[in-house]
Design a protein. Structure first.
Length: 154
């Protein structure tokens, strides 16, 4: 019988190895990746032209929901990131981490919200929290993300 700690260490080791491989490819965004991102942006722009009331309404809703108010915008964005972890939406996780970074979050603030997400989700939450933490590290290092653009960005 293998203890949970050993299983967890093996899983983390595998994730770290995968992250190292992924990070090696993040240093430069390939032309193919830029093309895919550009295609996504073009599709979204087209959708906004075809459905301006709905997509514009969603954009206005996000802008209002994530503005500074009684609760600082960065905490609202971190809450949205935690919810994105719960629903396992990688583009959303990355978008909310990026926006929270732009609002000046600290690593400690991020970690506390990741702890809440992990507590609510258990092992799957830990895996998705790693995605958020990787996105944070990319933001603070200035490394461009290799991920699809997201509908979540206002």
């Amino acid at each position: 019988m293998v203890c949970r700690g050993a299983i967890r260490r093996m899983a983390l080791s595998a994730v770290k190895a995968k992250n190292r491989q992924d990070l090696e490819g993040l240093n430069t965004m390939t032309d193919e990746r830029k093309e895919i991102q550009s295609d996504d942006e073009q599709l979204f722009a087209e959708l906004r032209r075809l459905s301006p009331k709905v997509t514009g309404g969603l954009l206005r809703m996000r802008q209002e929901a994530y503005r500074d108010g009684t609760v600082a915008a960065k905490y609202k964005l971190l809450a949205a990131m935690a919810i994105s972890i719960a629903i396992r939406c990688e583009p959303c996780i990355r978008a909310y981490v990026r926006m929270a970074c732009e609002k000046g979050i600290t690593q400690n603030e991020l970690i506390e919200f990741l702890e809440v997400a992990m507590t609510m989700q258990g092992c799957p939450g830990e895996e998705w929290a790693l995605t958020a933490y990787q996105a944070y590290k990319e933001c603070v290092s200035g490394t461009p993300s290799n991920e699809r653009s997201s509908c979540c960005a206002p």
